[in-house]
Design a binder for this molecule. Structure first.
Ligand code: ZN
Length: 437
């Protein structure tokens, strides 16, 4: 069976100096429109509060209407950029306003969303989204075309996307340009037709724990180490962080260190991402059932320790990638209940330790005397969950093709039933490809 999914293809660009200026100009224009719209909304809100009967532009069409009326005065240079740039900024603003009002009215889950703030050049990421006009991937697989900016060389081959476009199994919906650590990227939002296998034919079960010292530890005992280059980057990051702390505020040297840090950080993220992609593809193609931990979102808030922060984001990324790859390759993904103590439970006898600190790398069971690597213990506990679930009738549950999150045995939520061909809503289907290492 086939399914349609949204997928993102991301490529690093090699723009000419003139194109770099044009890309920056478009991102700047988007930011300008965003800030202009925000000030207008604040002004109108104040006027309304003062008792005036006045419309507050809250949606994209309303904001666009106001912009088109005002642009000749506030931005006489507007014809320099594609009109998509201004739309892009106003669209982001409309979304931010909606998030804020939804959050206030209790229609949005998660942490409360603040009222949109002005985007400064320093704080905001330079980006701009194109939804219409000449967006193309050229047949030579080395160039892409964007409205106004023209034909830009890509740093890597676009073949993965180009092939799909040539076969007619993909359609480009939008292109977003963005800058990360002095490098420009383009990300295409693409509607893709995919053949969905009912099953990958594998019977094995594997539990995965994303570790601190390693990329992941599997219940099979396999230890997937961090990419070699990542270890080097982490050392460099620690060194540059210390250097940054010593630099005088607002000095040229501090700025230089900050930029070097940003570049190295982007590289570390890419290396890790690359390692995770290889891991998740391997898991989804070689195993019938993959069991992972549920994220403890509350515990994830802003950890100052670099390694811990990377491990947390790694877990989130692993879950996200497995979410769609399970569907692509026909494996089943099980997510353990957030309160399942996978690290604190003995994988040998089931005894639960009252407290396990992060410093304890070896799990020692006080009941049966088992000594085992902490991460391996967690991975084994996750894999064992499947047996418990199977006993409590999980097979019949999924056979009905339910995609809903059902709590089973009080410990496992079934994220996706094999063969339904449906995508798990929460993990989404947008994925990055074409990462540079
Ligand atoms: Zn034990």
């Amino acid at each position: 069976m086939t399914a349609t999914a949204l997928q993102a293809y991301r490529f690093a660009l090699d723009p000419t100096p003139r194109q770099q200026r044009s890309l920056a100009s478009h991102a700047g224009a988007a930011r300008f429109a965003y800030n202009w719209g925000l000030h207008l909304v604040q002004e109108r809100l104040e006027q309304r509060q003062a008792g005036e009967d006045i419309e507050v532009p809250w949606t994209l069409p309303a904001l666009r209407w106001e912009w088109n009326r005002a642009k000749h005065q506030v931005a006489p240079w507007w014809p320099d950029n594609s009109k998509e740039a201004y739309s892009s900024g106003l669209d982001a603003l409309a979304q931010a306003l909606k998030n804020w009002s939804d959050s206030r009215n209790g229609r949005r889950k998660g942490r409360p969303v603040g009222f949109p703030r002005c985007k400064t050049k320093r704080r905001a990421r330079a980006s701009c989204r194109f939804t219409t006009g000449g967006i193309r991937v050229l047949a030579d697989r080395k160039h892409i075309q964007l409205p106004r900016i023209g034909v830009v060389r890509t740093h890597e081959s676009t073949r993965k996307l180009a092939r799909r476009l040539e076969h007619g199994t993909a359609r480009i919906l939008a292109a977003t340009i963005s800058r990360t650590a002095d490098r420009w990227f383009v990300s295409f939002t693409v509607e893709v037709q995919r053949a969905i296998p009912a099953s990958n034919g594998k019977a094995s079960v594997v539990g995965v724990d994303v570790g601190i010292r390693h990329l992941a530890v599997l219940s099979t005992g396999a230890v997937i180490s961090n990419p070699r280059a990542l270890e080097g980057s982490l050392r460099g990051l620690r060194r540059l962080n210390r250097e940054l702390a010593r630099r005088a505020p607002a000095s040229r040297r501090r700025n230089r260190t900050r930029r070097r840090l940003a570049r190295l950080h982007a590289r570390a993220v890419n290396l890790r991402q690359d390692g995770l992609h290889k891991l998740t593809t391997g898991l989804a193609t070689r195993h019938g059932i993959v069991v992972v931990e549920q994220l403890n979102l509350a515990g994830m808030v802003r950890n100052r320790r670099l390694a811990r922060a990377l491990s947390d984001t790694g877990m989130a990324e692993l879950r996200r990638q497995l979410g769609y790859k399970a569907t692509w390759y026909g494996c089943r993904l099980l997510v353990a209940d957030p309160f399942f103590p996978s690290s604190k439970t003995c994988s040998g006898c089931g005894w639960v330790k009252a407290k396990l600190t992060l410093a304890e790398l070896i799990f020692r069971c006080e009941a049966c005397g088992l000594r085992i690597d902490r991460d391996l213990n967690a991975a084994r506990n996750l894999a064992k969950l499947v047996q418990d679930v199977a006993r409590s009738g999980w097979e019949t549950q999924t056979a009905r093709g339910a995609d809903r999150k059902s709590q089973l045995a009080g410990q496992v939520a079934v994220k996706r039933a094999a063969g339904t061909g449906s995508f798990p809503g929460e993990t989404g289907t947008v994925q990055p490809q074409g990462w540079t290492a």
